[in-house]
Design a protein around this ligand. Sequence first.
Ligand code: PLP
Length: 403
Amino acid sequence: MSGMRKPGRNFLFVPGPTNVPDRVLRAMHAPMEDHRSSDFPKLTLPLYGRLRKIFKTKEGQVVIFPSSGTGAWEAALTNTRAPGDKVLISRFGQFSHLWGELARRHGLDVIVQDEEWGNGANPDRIEEALRADKNHEIKSVLVVHNETATGVTSNVAAVRRGMDAAKHPALLYVDGVSSIASIDFRFDDWGVDLAITGSQKGLMLPAGLGIVCASKKALAAMKDCNLKHCYFDIPDQIRANAIGYFPYTPALPLLYGLREALNILEEEGLENVFVRHHHLAGGARAAVAAWGLKLCAKEPKWHSDTVTAIMVPAGFNGADVIDVAYKRYNLALGAGLSQVAGKLFRIGHLGDLNELMLLGAIAGAEMAMRDTDIEVDLGSGVAAAQAHFRGSIQAKIKQVAAE
Ligand code: PLP
């Protein structure tokens, strides 16, 4: 229990980076090669069409930057906007805050719609703001689909309906960093113009790829944009990508990893991946209810299937739970950020994960809470999650038998 060595596996339950499957690790273990060779496009060209399926788009243009998700945020904005453009962002957690800050630092005129943390984007308020904007000065609406800081998923389809009802031409930008490839995301059906994600969550890779998907309208907006950027130029990428290359040295091992991660997602089937995440999240939420604790998400309609943010009782510090879990049990839980620092801890349950792995995290969280004097019954969360898992597995077995 003491000493430097932590035997066994680290239980990685932060909501990204997530576990990298052994198959992906092996695929990335590749010698470097010439990224301008005649063979190289065989690796790269198929990736774009396969990623399109992950975004659920027929014609969206996908580009892959060597960056984390933040770079993809930056690319989406700097390629489509001009200095002083008005952009509207719904803010309800640390990541929606940071995206708005990034926009502000790039010289955009950011209109922030604050929602209480624990709620998500409010489509009615967005519609109202757009209706009031008679001269169509608002050029972009920014929504974080899954706010990783609070475990809240917003209804992007409803935001799009609000935008359409207001008959407003603003482009819809959606951060899908902790939703894409884990929970349902529909670029075409929801009329998303720019979607962004990173490699280290649902795609089960290390951090290092920032992926952007752009609609035809977004591509057209790139012609008028004059916010300064160079490295993150989307048209440069598109030109080089068309023949299987990149404007600069790509993150080669990550591309091999991406190919294998896509194989894994396709083998399981994207819809089954979503069902699995919902099933696992149900277990995490059952555990929280059994502990008698509250989620940060204020209503079931906001429940995230990729991350559960758990409020610690007043007088306790979530950071202590996280510290004990890490030091004693080799379990990494997510911290409370900014406004909710110390008030909660988070269990990330996305990516390459199954029931028994999550039960390990729930057991560890229970022990860490008891060690920090939070009154929860040992085994209560584990039992509730087990019951949830068994219940939904039995229901599935019956359904299959009936078919
Ligand atoms: N957006 C969301 C929803 C996130 O969860 C994160 C990171 O966790 C980011 C953006 C920033 O991505 P990155 O840390 O890869 O730059």
